[in-house]
Design a protein around this ligand. Sequence first.
Ligand SMILES: C[S@@+](CC[C@H](N)C(=O)[O-])C[C@H]1O[C@@H](n2cnc3c(N)ncnc32)[C@H](O)[C@@H]1O
Length: 314
Amino acid sequence: MNNIHLNHIPVLTKEVIKSLNIKKNGTYIDCTFGFGGHSKKILEHLNDRGTLYAIDKDPYSINIAKKICDNRFHIIPGNFSKILKNFQRNNTKKIDGILLDLGMSSMQLNNPNRGFSFLLNGPLDMRMNPKVGIKASEWLMKSDVKSITKVLYEFGEERFAKKIAIKIVQQNKIKPITTTIELSNLIKKIVPKNKKHPATRTFQAIRIHINQELNELREVLKYALKILTYKGRLSVISFHSLEDRIVKKFILKNSKPPFIPTGIGINEIQLSNLKQITLKIIDKVIPTKIEINTNPRARSAILRISEKKNINEQ
Ligand SMILES: C[S@@+](CC[C@H](N)C(=O)[O-])C[C@H]1O[C@@H](n2cnc3c(N)ncnc32)[C@H](O)[C@@H]1O
């Protein structure tokens, strides 16, 4: 097999670096190391007192990261939500910037053995960490029509969710679906051809479910806000509307000051709300046509940038 899956072109690299507003001796976290494209750029902007922590749950990415010999760089394997929670618990030094580049890496998508692609035949796996949890094929095997429909509808916004779910359950009773192409062929018989491949939405939905991606995102944002220092930056790249909606809502919710009615005294709860950490909206950036032409994966990327703000700031 050729090495196509070994190449991952990072998206919005220049914009990400600008968004993090990097202090040369600051401390940063790249929550999604992947192939290390963004991490390497961040390191270029740090001096010898700077620190970069990088996280990934995929053992293949961890192996790549371990090859980086740099005292300023620390790779931490695991789920980013759990790791940021530990950062908060251990009360380590405050973080100057956090990056999340969500979704799959090209290494994951283009490697048939990982089972993420409906175009390449391989085991129907889809786990970002193949050592944890169950494969997509095992989940489909043990699930009923109702739960498969729910996942396809909620995480894929798939109009044909129920029809697909019924067919999957029927097929699994005859001969279990174990490969990507078996699933993709089954969907092609149900979903009419459109601009997108008929299996796009189903594969996205199952992948999100198997990796608990939206829950992970909600959790990591919560802890990111807690560990960022004053004026620390939070930069998040999302690739579909479900992710972007969560990021946008989170930033909006935390950028509004709590409502305190005038003319009455402030009670304890209101006072603690007032002291609540908040965010300032900095920008929303999308890739240029030139970037999309050279890196089609950038097509649907949205970078949302926010900054931890002091409550006394207007
Ligand atoms: C789009 S890639 C990141 C690419 C990277 N920015 C680069 O420049 O190469 C996303 C990476 O995040 C990892 N990932 C996704 N969800 C994760 C989670 N909840 N915890 C840890 N890593 C996660 C995936 O395994 C994948 O390697």
